[in-house]
Design a protein around this ligand. Structure first.
Ligand code: CA
Length: 338
């Protein structure tokens, strides 16, 4: 049964051609009793081909995806499209406007709220709209992330694990079609509340990304993202197959191997990494040190890797408190497809 929602849009999802508008979700704070949060929404439709959903701004401080999607909205001619593209390029709008990972309205991380709650807070209402209205229209979903303010991550296409072999193959083929230098399986420790986990649950071919980070725009990652999104859309048959650029890398798949893939700070201080991103490391090797700058006589605390693999991501700000993620390792994936 459909959940009750006050979200509304003037976009007609079944109409051919290009429409650029908003989905408005009523929001009633002190300064705007009958106002709304207007989330950008665009649809480009042409014929009976597949529907691809393209999302950016799930986190408000990750920019390569939203820039790429804005360009596609402006540049694509509906005649180039076979099927339908649904764009939500600034999904958690209050977070995007604030340039922050989480919403300043309710403090929530949109990507930990799926499938959402249409009578919950504004962030929960956004994920509910995506779950209830947008996802049922899709054959495929791309959610374009970067590392955000606290992480710098090797630009990569991301595979969300799926329960069936057929679905796993579909997700892996689409992620490999992106043509990023790295393709990595990330399950967020099995968290069911992400957009990609939610999209897999409803059967969609699902692709994620991690594109650098540090709360800035990486020229290199932006190039990879622009090319990769078009590559995936060509792979899905929504854009002509003449469009894709050659696929980069050796098509090896990596995987964050659960908890051992994360090196957490064990004390407060400043983290000094031992290796650059992309370095191959071994479990037990030194990952870095945490310095107590206020007490220089004290020996820095050493952190160690717990998995063999590649230094895939690292914390961006130097300051850490105990529990912060300092380094992430991705291991070569040697089993059958995830
Ligand atoms: Ca993110």
């Amino acid at each position: 049964m459909a959940r009750i929602s006050t979200a509304h849009t003037s976009i007609d999802f079944d109409k051919a051609g290009k429409q650029v508008g908003f989905v408005s979700i009523p929001h009633s704070p002190h300064e705007d009793a009958w106002g709304a949060v207007r989330i950008p929404l665009a649809v480009i439709g042409n014929g009976a081909g597949p529907t691809a959903i393209l999302m950016g701004g799930n986190h408000g401080d990750e920019y390569e995806g939203p820039i790429t999607l804005g360009e596609l909205i402006r540049d694509l001619d509906p005649a180039e499209v076979n099927g339908r593209l649904i764009f939500l390029p600034a999904l958690n709008l209050p977070a995007v406007v604030a340039g922050r990972r989480v919403s300043p309205v309710d403090g929530l991380n949109l990507n930990r709220t799926f499938p959402g709650d249409p009578i919950g807070t504004i962030t929960q209402q956004i994920s509910a709209y995506v779950s209830d209205v947008i996802f049922p229209m899709g054959d495929a979903m791309l959610d374009l992330h970067s590392g955000g303010s606290s992480l710098d991550i090797m630009p990569s296409a991301v595979i969300e694990p799926a329960p069936s072999e057929e679905h796993r193959r579909r997700n892996a083929a689409a992620a490999l079609a992106f043509g990023a230098p790295l393709t990595v399986v990330i399950d967020n420790l099995g968290d069911p509340r992400t957009s990609t986990a939610s999209s897999v649950r409803v059967g969609m071919t699902t692709v994620g990304t991690e594109m650098a980070g540090g709360g800035t725009v990486s020229l290199n990652a932006l190039q990879i993202c622009r090319r990769g999104v078009r590559n995936v859309l060509a792979h899905l048959g929504v854009l002509p197959s003449a469009t894709p650029a050659p696929v980069e890398g050796d098509r090896k798949i990596f995987r964050i191997p659960g908890p051992p893939g994360f090196v957490y700070a064990t004390t407060d201080g400043v983290f000094e990494p031992a290796h650059r991103l992309g370095t191959m490391v071994r479990a037990g090797e030194q990952a870095g040190r945490v310095h107590n700058l206020a007490d220089p006589g004290r020996t820095p605390e050493t952190l160690y890797y717990q998995a063999d693999g590649m230094v895939y991501g690292r914390r961006q700000p130097g300051r850490v408190v105990a529990g912060n993620c300092c380094v992430t390792v991705a291991s070569l994936y040697e089993g059958s497809l995830p």
